[in-house]
Ligand binder design. Structure first.
Ligand code: EPU
Length: 339
């Protein structure tokens, strides 16, 4: 086990902010992970798991052991000629897995193309885009207990995935390290083009000729036009979650804010677009020199070069206060903060 001390984390973080941890280790297998967990216990170190580093903002340096999950592997566990079940190691890059699925002709994840991050993070916050969420294709996941070092399999139901939520962000927070995830893919899965912009991109391809790859290409085009490439400009995707409010609260808000985009949920509540609220509050394209609010999508905060985590966090708080003053809605962050 190669423990690094006073490790520079910058290159592991898509926000590209300066950050250090007192201890750092990269693990490539369950065994190496167990060893790292044992070390953290012996040395009485706090631990922090890092996958793709695409949903995290370091406001301060980290006193403890950062464990970077770098396991690789995609294993077909069953294939009936149409449906395929695959178990994917947590350290695989999500988008690379989507490309592999497209090459193999496996449908189900094409709408989730280009989402930054690793496979292990996908159930954590039930990643989703363009009408599909990971809960639509996930079968189970395996995780190692940070306490006992033992492996446990969680069924999809046990993970309680909902909009940007899972048990791993709530009651089981900090207790497990996800090491692999199994997905069910389908060579003939119906295409999901309900999200308006996708249908628009595909309008020149006749319905019967459309493929999973066409949908992925449409998603890649839409995402690239709105969302900054973290390799070029530091960011962590949507900084805030879309708020979900009760139907009474929604009626009050709508009365004061006609035209507000809204997405009724199956439980009667209503999801609102945080990007729209932030945009209306005047923040889209807001520029603080080294950082700001993305000019194509107000939900994304960007590090244009040289910003610190503290500065970005200050901007996030200013945005949040302003939306609350204007609309009475408290935005919750989607990005995790290390304070
Ligand atoms: N809108 C604005 N101004 C903006 C941004 C959005 O008016 O600056 C409006 C749009 O016109 C639209 C509504 O807000 O009416 C929703 O916008 P959009 O369809 O772009 O999606 P979103 O709700 O802003 C969510 C996800 C994205 C995902 C897209 C597509 C969350 C927090 N974000 O964004 O996920 O790619 O839908 O499915 O749910 C991410 O999580 O990092 C992420 C990028």
């Amino acid at each position: 086990m190669d423990i690094q001390y006073k490790a520079d984390l910058n290159r592991h973080l898509t926000f590209q902010v300066p950050a250090e941890s007192t201890h750092f280790v990269q693990v490539e297998s369950d065994e190496e992970l167990k060893e790292a967990l044992k070390f953290s216990k012996e040395e009485k170190l706090k631990i922090l798991l890092l996958g793709g580093g695409s949903n995290i903002l370091f406001i301060n340096n980290y006193e403890g052991l950062v464990i970077k999950i770098a396991s690789r592997g995609i294993e077909v566990i069953s294939d009936d000629g149409r449906k395929v079940a695959v178990a994917v190691e947590a350290g695989e890059i999500w988008h690379d897995f989507v490309l592999r699925a497209l090459d193999e002709g496996w449908g189900g994840v094409e709408n989730l193309a280009l989402i930054p991050g690793c496979v292990g993070a996908t159930p954590m916050q039930n990643i989703g885009a363009y009408g599909v969420e990971i809960k639509d294709v996930m079968i189970w996941l395996e995780a190692i207990s940070t306490e006992s070092g033992k492996l446990r399999r969680f069924s999809l139901e046990e993970c309680a995935l909902s909009y940007r939520e899972s048990i791993f962000k709530r009651e089981e927070k900090g207790k497990w390290v996800i090491v692999r995830v199994a997905y069910s893919l389908d060579r003939k899965s119906p295409l999901n083009t309900n999200y308006g912009a996708i249908e628009g991109e595909l309008k020149n391809i006749p319905q019967q000729d459309r493929t999973h790859r066409d949908v992925a290409n449409a998603v890649i085009k839409i995402r690239s036009s709105k969302l900054p490439d973290p390799k070029v400009i530091g960011n962590a995707g949507s900084f805030f979650k879309n708020p979900i409010v009760s139907s009474e609260d929604f009626e009050n808000i709508q009365a004061k804010t006609p035209g507000i985009p809204n997405y009724p949920q199956s439980d009667g509540r209503v999801k609102l677009a945080a990007g729209w609220l932030i945009d209306q509050a005047g923040w889209k394209g807001h520029d603080r020199g080294t950082h700001g609010v993305h000019d194509m999508q107000a939900l994304v905060l960007v590090n244009k070069g040289g910003a610190t985590g503290k500065e970005i966090w200050q901007l996030a708080n200013d945005v949040r206060d302003s939306v609350e003053n204007r609309f009475g809605i408290k935005l919750e962050t989607e990005v995790n903060q290390i304070t």
